[in-house]
Design a protein around this ligand. Sequence first.
Ligand SMILES: [Zn+2]
Length: 688
Amino acid sequence: MLHLQKLKTNNMKSKFFIAIAISSLMFVSCADDKKDDQKKPETDEVVTDDFKYQIDQFADLKILRYQIPSWNDLSLDEQKLVYYLTQAGLSGRDIMWAQNYRHNLTIREALENVYTTYDGDKESEDWKNFEVYLKRVWFSNGIHHHYSTAKLKPDFSADYLKNLLTATNTTLEGEAFDVIFNDKDSKKVNLSKDADIVLESAINFYGPDVTTADVENYYGAIEVDEEEPIEVGLNTKLVKENGQLVEKVYKSGGLYGAAIDKIVYWLEKAKGVAEDENQEKALGLLIEYYKTGSLDTWDDYAVAWVNSTEGDIDWINGFIEVYNDPKGYKGSYETIVEIKDFDMSKKMAVLSKEAQWFEDNSPLMPEHKKKEVKGVSYKTVIVAGEAGDASPSTPIGVNLPNNNWIRQKHGSKSVSLGNIIHSYASAGGSGRLQEFANDEEEIALEKKYGQLADKLHTALHEVVGHASGQINPGVGTPKETLKSYKSTIEEGRADLFGLYYLMDPKLQELGLVEDWEATGKAAYDGYIRNGLVTQLVRLELGDDVEESHMRNRQWVSAWAFEKGAPDGVIEKVTRDGKTYYDIKDYAKLREIFGMLLKETQRITSEGDYEAAMALVEDYGVKVDQALHKEVLDRNRKFKAAPYGGFVNPVIVPDMNEAGEITGFTIKQPETFEEQMLNYSKEYSFLTN
Ligand SMILES: [Zn+2]
């Protein structure tokens, strides 16, 4: 079970894609006030908590940045590998634009030319609306909304755009111009049950006259190996030529060949600095696949990639997710370049090694303790670059490959994208913390120790929390006994295991923290603040708490508040009509968490459905309506955009006189438009 402490992501099944990721993150972080949006001079990247995560907000979108904290732990060759892989990724950027809609690249080129050369009135509403429209197009890799897939509606007239085009000597005519304003191709992916979903989707995976029946007939007739089926149609466009259906293959010399040749060029360089033989083999097969378009080679590559697990660097590269295709055949181009999260890996390794100590010293009843406990493995990586379908809108975790027989026979790789998740969580800046924290001490602790506390809670929850405890002999699995309460009880149990040990000097003894008490306090403050107050911003007024993790954070917090009330462990403070919770006795709160951990384990071990129901329904579901309204009112000023996306750090090679790379400088883009224009300038391989 993969999830994040403060981000409240939900429903992560075997894969978690962009749509799921973003919807679950929708109301998590909030925007800086735009007035604070001052430009800073461009500097070499320093990883710091003062880092400015959010750099823009418009329409329903916010633009964030992320850091690469593992960068300096890499050797020069590893840095080169990362650089080459990100260059390969960006080289295919235009493929995603072309796949999304047939006029996207033409429209982008025209709009960018207007944007960079127009010297008329830039203070008018029309110009500002034009700018927002262009930014929205950049964000979506085309003219359809990245999430809803509906065509973006400009807030300026066709006449205004005509004037801009004339003033800048830009050509944009015919359907490519008209479609910006008319009702044609209104959905990128139209899954309406009354539609011919292929004919009526604007996505460019099929020729304009190809119907759903055509697709079904064509692919229905292709025979594949039953044991090891290839992903038919994954890397082609299906078109009609002289009444015949034919596939145009994405490959060198084929469709999108000009961009693919650049991808291959950079992959060759990457292969030259591969960390080991497995990586080299995988990269070699990926190159061969791009050259030939063979889906058998794609499968060979996926197997080699899954078996390449030893390196510090990893990547996702190819035509991968098929949800942009109404029929689910065609893969969208994407890349993600990943660096091992050395810090988190080290923490997890320490906890895993000590798993038995944690089990033995926990407050569980002796009969519920595991005699031999093994830490659960969990993997976070640091993203170094994204492109195509994964950028600017990104997943927060990936589980690949998609081909089922490979997953069954050879396994899969599942990672969560640590620095992306951290950026999402930090994007709200300090404003929201100021609003909901009770006092300056709480704010100071959160700023200094909050990030470490979150990381440790995640590690404890995943590595030792989920691993802990055993079911009594003869009792069924929690799924059978606790039924619909299984998830929230299990997540609460793992959370409590983590909470109990977050306030333990053992963490300092193991070298995981420098000040166990301060880190523990920050962790407890954050948990209670979220569980009783801030997570309510994700709910509509009047709604119950439904999602398992949100439920468990509420029942853990509310139960602890009630049990501690006689001793004043957590004080409810009302000031200027605002509600705060102030922890008065951290040691006592730890005891209470321990009691609830013991009880939650008992419920699990004995399969006590009635007790699970009582705990969840009494503490985890209902919301105090007055408090909820107050929290929503207080949160309103943060103007959170529902969707977030990222610009990438820019990895710039330092060269010596012989033209050899001697190192790299990492720069952060100042603005969204700067990066988008740069990308169009450097990586436009499919336009003229
Ligand atoms: Zn969990």
